[in-house]
Design a protein around this ligand. Structure first.
Ligand SMILES: NC(=O)c1ccc[n+]([C@@H]2O[C@H](COP(=O)([O-])OP(=O)(O)OC[C@H]3O[C@@H](n4cnc5c(N)ncnc54)[C@H](O)[C@@H]3O)[C@@H](O)[C@H]2O)c1
Length: 345
């Protein structure tokens, strides 16, 4: 089998810690190029990671390198532009999360992938933890009964990122909801089989990031803190189910970080990371499943699923259709929080 040629767009933190090491670990992949915005930085990135070619102009890269696969790892604002160009060049694409800034963009990305018969995957890597597949099967088997309340939490106590563009609304599209909450929403919806979303109500706050300038994730400029620092949502799903969301970069809670989903059914309840199922029998609290630690390999598994899919294997990815649904949800939550009223989908 011939090797597939890979290019990376956006040589930053996630490209260097996840995408590059994964591609380099495979002998059926040739990592040929990186595209960046800043000439010195992209040159250093290529040198550090042993990537033979670097560019500041994506069009030049496509013409010279003709990649089969592209990873889009830029700030959120540029996902749409780079994914559309990659797909129009016939490349399969792994795009970092969130899919885009707006639902309209995510829809066009899905349509472009379908038109060009290309794979478009989003890096919702938490759903690739073994815990998620295990729980999804238990849910399908009906062990939890009728799941009527789900709580997704993506909370940091004082974790406003001091690097990158995470406090810049125009480049990122928002704060913890679009950056962190989106991961746990995807994991929750995936376990439930991506049910139809009917209505959302949200409230967001900017109480800490615009007053302080440091935390456990470094320093930022409070004058330039443009995003919410916490958001709380009520998401009504088909069949009368409720999905609650709590997400923050900064919120004065006891725990330093929580990334988890709880499912409450009328037969049993479950926690996702690690996967645990619990109920009671004749007044005794009982455990039905008890993994001790959550799968730490989920990010590599997300990359592996995408690359295997590119080689024609029948594996699940976080696909363009689901990406559009979740982008609609994110947009509706922000709209609800901004308008102070519920939004129907
Ligand atoms: N799946 C995950 O858990 C996960 C983790 C971290 C980051 N991410 C996502 O990855 C993306 C990048 O995050 P990061 O932390 O690596 O940020 P970063 O700031 O470290 O890297 C972004 C890189 O993109 C380059 N860039 C900026 N504009 C560009 C453009 N127009 N064209 C080409 N390159 C451009 C920058 O120079 C920088 O090197 C974001 O969308 C973020 O949400 C996902």
């Amino acid at each position: 089998m011939s090797k597939k040629r890979v290019a990376i767009i956006g040589g930053g933190q996630v490209a260097e810690t996840v995408h590059v090491p994964y591609y380099l670990s495979r002998d059926d992949i040739e990592l040929v190029a990186v595209v960046g915005q800043n000439a010195d930085r992209v040159k250093n990135f290529a040198a550090r990671n042993g990537i033979p070619y670097y560019y500041t102009d994506a069009a030049e890269m496509y013409a010279a390198q003709k990649p089969d696969i592209v990873s889009v790892c830029t700030p959120n604002r540029f996902h749409y532009k780079h994914v559309m160009v990659a797909l129009s060049n016939g490349c399969d694409v792994m795009c970092e999360k969130p899919p885009a800034i707006s639902a309209d963009e995510a829809k066009k990305m899905q349509e472009e992938a379908e038109k060009n018969h290309c794979i478009l995957a989003y890096d919702f890597h938490h759903r690739f933890a073994d815990d998620v597949e295990l729980l999804r099967k238990k849910v399908e088997e009906g062990i939890l009964g009728d799941i009527y309340v789900v709580k997704a939490q993506a909370l940091r106590r004082c974790g406003i990122p001091g690097w990158g563009n995470f406090t810049n609304k125009s480049l990122q599209g928002g704060g913890p909801l679009i950056d962190l909450g989106i991961h746990m929403l995807d994991a929750a919806l995936y376990v439930l089989g991506y049910p139809k979303i009917e209505k959302v109500t949200a409230k967001m706050f900017q109480k800490i990031g615009n007053k302080k300038s440091d935390g456990t994730f470094g320093e930022w400029d409070p004058e330039k803190f443009e995003v919410e620092d916490s958001l709380f949502g009520f998401i009504e799903l088909e069949g009368g189910r409720l999905l609650q969301l709590e997400t923050s970069f900064a919120l004065n809670i006891k725990e330093t970080s929580i990334m988890n989903v709880q499912f409450c059914g009328d037969q049993a309840g479950a926690t996702l990371f690690p996967a645990q199922i619990y109920t009671d029998k004749k007044g005794e609290l009982t455990s039905l499943l008890e993994r001790e630690t959550a799968d730490p390999e989920r990010h590599q598994k997300s990359m592996a699923a995408f690359v295997d899919k590119c080689f024609g294997k029948d594996v699940k990815i976080a696909d363009a259709k689901e990406g559009y649904i979740i982008q609609q949800l994110i947009e509706a939550l922000y709209q609800s929080a901004e308008k102070g009223e519920s939004v129907s989908l």
